[in-house]
Design a protein around this ligand. Structure first.
Ligand code: G2I
Length: 437
């Protein structure tokens, strides 16, 4: 009788080993055939917005469970849905979507805790400190309800103005004080410390006044220790895409946050498949771009009625845009969360890129290991006189000398890491020096 369990255990182990080997072989020999599996090959996800009211549609759920491994509730976690009257919370539809995701091994992007739109009507009766406390209570209650179940929250959605100002959008939330965004991030962090906390917006898909306004806020948050982990680029695109789409993602990533494509849809036209491919390749090329979400499954599910902006037609058939995305995912790119490789010699190198304005700047510094792994690094920059460093992220500094912190001391051979700082006056323009140790 004693043999049997042992024998079974041996068989089980051997079978598991064979299975693992088989999976590994398939993984290297053949391209993955679904969006989620293809994205997962580089550590990324591929997601979609989901409406709870459609979960009874078997064509819809069939595509959902086959293709996607991240879900964003399209409307079910918004303020009007979750707190229809003050202090009375309803999570039924949001919970249905979380359950759907969990049953399929998918993760959830929470959308969203605060937005100027889709507020319940009672909010309109509040202003000042009463609105500020209601707002914080909302963030706390919703993030607490979903604690441990959310990969990333869009803590604040669409808080910047369109046009050339680069400033905040006027809203009831903004009128409670300019610090409402950081107050929301701090409350969300307290309620669910394990969730990544994102700022999410549209028309920020290239380098422009609006995206630079967001960029400056994120740099400021990183410098002051406000808990922000990621920036979402909605990417509701028409028939063209900004030429600096990838560069824009990269400049945010260089601030030390993840970037995600959060609501992708592209007007149908001659370029649709190409634009989808360009977006996918850009994410694949940015190591901190952790995934892509499209804003619906079939064209008939889209909020953009008549524009057919999604990857599946109304009958659930794959479109050309689907194939272009799948191919771009399978072509690979940088591994999500890892760093690009470069030089051949030992030691380390550093380069700096600046975002300057009248009287101040943020500097992003890229530190690259040579042929040997680095354990501890020191970068020295040349700062023009008259200025001061006012904040540092992903490093510590003494004047113009910057050292690694614990989590980025080790850089693998050929790998890299990024830190940054903010200052008054004029930023460094000369190439910094880097030494190991
Ligand atoms: O507007 C497109 C997206 C822009 N970024 C933020 C997203 O949250 C936003 O999503 C859309 C949803 O796709 C729509 O489904 O947000 C809209 C509201 O601003 C959603 O539309 C609303 C309708 O306006 C309501 O009449 C309807 O009751 O959807 C509701 C639920 O079906």
């Amino acid at each position: 009788m004693r043999f049997r369990p042992r024998f079974l255990l041996l068989c089980g182990t051997a079978a598991a080993a064979a299975l693992t080997a088989g999976v590994a072989l398939i993984g290297t020999a053949e391209a993955a055939t679904t969006l989620g599996a293809s994205a997962a090959q580089s550590g990324r996800y591929f997601g979609t917005a989901v409406a709870a009211g459609k979960l009874g549609d078997s064509t819809y759920t069939g595509i959902l469970t086959r293709e996607f491994n991240m879900i964003t509730p399209e409307n079910e976690m918004k303020w009007d849905a979750t707190e229809p009257s003050q202090g009375r919370f309803t999570f039924t539809n949001g919970d249905r979507i979380v359950a759907q995701a969990q049953s399929n091994g998918s993760r959830v992007r929470g959308h969203n805790l605060l937005w100027h739109a889709q507020q319940p009507s009672w909010v309109a009766g509040l202003s000042g400190s009463a609105l500020r406390s209601a707002m914080i209570n909302h963030v706390t209650q919703v993030a607490s309800h979903y604690k441990g179940k959310i990969y990333a929250w869009d803590v604040v959605n669409e808080a910047f103005a369109d046009g050339g100002s680069g400033g905040r959008r006027d809203s009831n939330l903004q009128r409670t004080g300019n610090d409402w965004i950081e107050a929301a991030f701090r409350a969300a962090h307290t309620a669910d410390p394990g969730a990544k906390l994102c700022y999410n917006d549209y028309n920020t898909d290239g380098v422009n006044a609006k995206s630079t306004g967001v960029y400056n806020m994120v740099a400021d948050f990183k410098a002051r220790g406000v808990p922000i982990d990621c920036v979402g680029f909605q990417s509701h695109l028409g028939t063209s895409i900004p030429g600096d789409y990838q560069a824009n993602l990269q400049r945010f990533a260089n601030l030390g946050v993840d970037v995600q494509i959060t609501e992708l849809d592209v007007a149908q036209g001659g370029n649709q498949a190409n634009i989808y491919a360009t977006v996918t390749k850009a994410c694949m090329a940015v190591s901190r771009c952790t995934g892509i979400t499209v804003w619906g499954i079939r064209d008939s599910d889209s909020w953009r009625t008549g524009e057919n902006p999604l990857l599946f037609d109304a009958s659930g058939n794959k479109k050309a845009a689907y194939t272009s995305v799948l191919n771009a995912l399978n072509a690979g790119g940088g591994t999500s969360g890892s760093s690009p490789t470069t030089p051949a010699s030992g030691g380390c190198n550093a380069s700096v890129s600046l975002n300057s304005w009248n009287g101040g700047y943020t500097a992003s510094v890229h530190v690259t290991a040579g042929a040997a792994a680095v354990n501890g690094w020191t970068v020295t920059v040349t700062l023009p006189s008259g200025g001061a460093v006012t904040g540092v992220w992903n490093a510590t500094n003494s004047g113009s000398t910057f050292r690694n912190v614990g989590y980025n001391a080790q850089i693998p051979a050929g790998g890299s890491t990024d830190f940054g700082f903010q200052g008054t006056g004029t930023g460094p323009t000369a190439t910094p020096t880097c030494r190991v140790g």
